[in-house]
Design a protein around this ligand. Structure first.
Ligand SMILES: Nc1ncnc2c1ncn2[C@@H]1O[C@H](COP(=O)(O)OP(=O)(O)OP(=O)(O)O)[C@@H](O)[C@H]1O
Length: 272
């Protein structure tokens, strides 16, 4: 049964979970990851707190995407991947052989660099996930579609064209539609892999404002190459380099008083 009401000035109760800031949602402990013989992540230790925006920054190839795709185990789509260590999602090790990946997919949504709507109507893009989860009642589906689109700040722009193809939307609208599609499955965590890198500045601003709004109800992890963006919207920032976490701290500290020289060199544009 749908218990969540999404969007501004509304509350979300994820399956009875109490929403309280500061609790770890993901705890990564001594995570190592290899693609075949090549090690892409080395001894990662990171706590991701709920109701926070955590930014992952670092130069190309340092393992940012690999790390967030490990959090929903999407990285396993690459057959040569091996891991060691633990990732606890709300206390359960998602890398344990008995952990059911399907349970994770309903809790951890993902938004990609390029908007990737289905070649279906705007309505069907949102209703698709809930239908897969067995919701058939049209009134409930209508409500989920509206609340998800409102939650992603795109309802007013699409409410009169819900049955038109999503490909007719602009890139920025498609990205917010993809965020709405993510909200429709009532996730706990939203992973965003460079969600604005294909967008114009105005659409980027809208997505950034949306992220700020969404963190009241969700935990958000965002990979970004844009350091101003990380500084603007995140609470914590992790700086990755060569598959390791060099520094993880409050975003204000990372950008004003980094502890590690390599962080300082990166954020001041000396490399990367
Ligand atoms: N499918 C794969 N098979 C083998 N190696 C891979 C694969 N995907 C990524 N890698 C390697 O793992 C390392 C980390 O890549 P990853 O894509 O996670 O970096 P990134 O920091 O997200 O880079 P970018 O900012 O360019 O997207 C790189 O050395 C990359 O070549």
């Amino acid at each position: 049964m749908i218990t969540a009401t999404l969007g501004k000035n509304t509350t979300v109760s994820h399956s009875g979970r109490q929403v309280s800031s500061g609790q770890p949602v993901f705890q990564t402990k001594d995570l190592n990851l290899w693609y075949g013989e090549g090690q892409a992540l080395t001894n990662i230790n990171l706590n991701i707190n709920e109701n926070e925006v955590t930014a992952i920054i670092g130069p190309s190839g340092c393992g940012k995407s690999t790390y967030i795709k490990t959090l929903n185990r999407m990285v396993e789509l690459v057959p040569t991947v091996r891991t060691s260590g633990e990732i606890l999602y709300r206390g359960n090790n998602i890398l344990h052989k008995d952990f059911k990946v399907e349970d994770l997919r309903t809790k951890v949504g993902m938004v990609f660099q390029k908007p990737n709507p289905f070649p279906k109507s705007i309505y069907e893009n949102i209703a698709y996930g809930p239908k897969i989860h067995g919701i058939r009642n049209k009134r409930i589906l209508d409500e989920i579609v509206e609340q998800s689109l409102r939650g992603a700040a795109i309802w007013d722009e699409v409410k009169d064209r819900l049955h038109q193809n999503a490909y007719g939307l602009s890139g920025g609208q498609q990205q917010r539609l993809c965020i709405a599609r993510c909200l429709a499955i009532e996730p706990d965590v939203i992973l965003m892999d460079e969600p604005t890198s294909a967008l114009d500045p105005i659409s980027t601003l809208k997505v950034e404002e949306l992220v700020q709004e969404l963190k009241k109800d969700f935990s958000i992890i965002i990979v970004t190459h844009n350091m101003q963006q990380a500084a603007r919207i995140s609470d914590k920032t992790a700086f990755f380099l060569n598959g390791e976490v060099v520094e993880f701290a409050e975003t204000g500290k990372i950008f004003s008083n980094p502890a590690d020289k390599r962080t300082e060199d990166y954020i001041t544009g000396r490399f990367g």
